[in-house]
Design a protein around this ligand. Structure first.
Ligand code: ZN
Length: 206
């Protein structure tokens, strides 16, 4: 089992080539990408799954990598080694308000019988509260991660997702959060900063 957060240079003409190169580099039989729609739909991946329209995937398949793409949103990978279960979650503002990460963990527990203490989580580089200024009108459901400074509103998405996981009883020690802000950190893709940009891939496999 392994995971990584990697730049994918997601240029229009070269997406397929880059994805194939990534699969080859990781030595996997397949990579499954999502058609991400900022929702809370979770798909359980089978051999035949290809680019499901969802924002979270779970799988017990060996040698098949699950991929979440992000540029500011949080790419989350999850795993439970006792059940050979892996997952990815795409958590932006909307997905976080819908608790897509928390729902994915609940699915791991309810569908696969995973013990919450065996679940591990890694959150990749994403936009930090330092840079994620939003209009007040989009903060509904996210009040717990809202910071107000001089009548400006900033969201702490990492904290919101962490709180959702802790609320389920996942041990703090099992949650690893990248401190990188994709917007003000150098060398990262940021939708907020660049508008037209590449993406990070968060990949997990076993
Ligand atoms: Zn920042």
């Amino acid at each position: 089992m392994g995971y990584c957060f990697t730049n994918t240079e997601d240029g229009d003409l070269h997406v397929k080539t880059h994805r194939e190169a990534l699969q080859k580099r990781l030595g996997l039989d397949a990579l499954v990408f999502m058609e991400q729609v900022h929702g809370d739909r979770i798909e359980i991946i089978t051999r035949s799954s290809s680019a499901p329209r969802c924002d979270a995937m779970l799988s017990t398949l060996p040698n098949v990598g699950l991929v979440v793409m992000a540029a500011d949103c949080i790419p989350i990978v999850l795993w439970d080694s006792t059940h050979n279960l892996i997952g990815v979650v795409h958590a932006g503002r909307t997905g976080t308000a819908l608790h897509v990460g928390q729902k994915s963990v609940l699915q791991m527990m309810e569908h696969f019988g995973v013990n919450v203490e065996n679940i591990h989580i890694a959150m990749g580089p994403s936009i930090g509260v330092c840079c994620y200024e939003v209009g007040k009108e989009v903060t509904q459901g996210l009040e717990q991660c809202l910071h107000v400074k001089n009548e400006r509103y900033f969201l702490d998405l990492k904290k919101a997702n962490e709180d959702d996981f802790l609320a389920l009883g996942i041990p703090q020690a099992n949650i690893n959060i990248s401190s990188v802000c994709t917007c003000c950190g150098s060398g990262y893709f940021s939708y907020r900063r660049e508008k037209i940009t590449g993406r990070f891939g968060g990949v997990i496999w076993q």
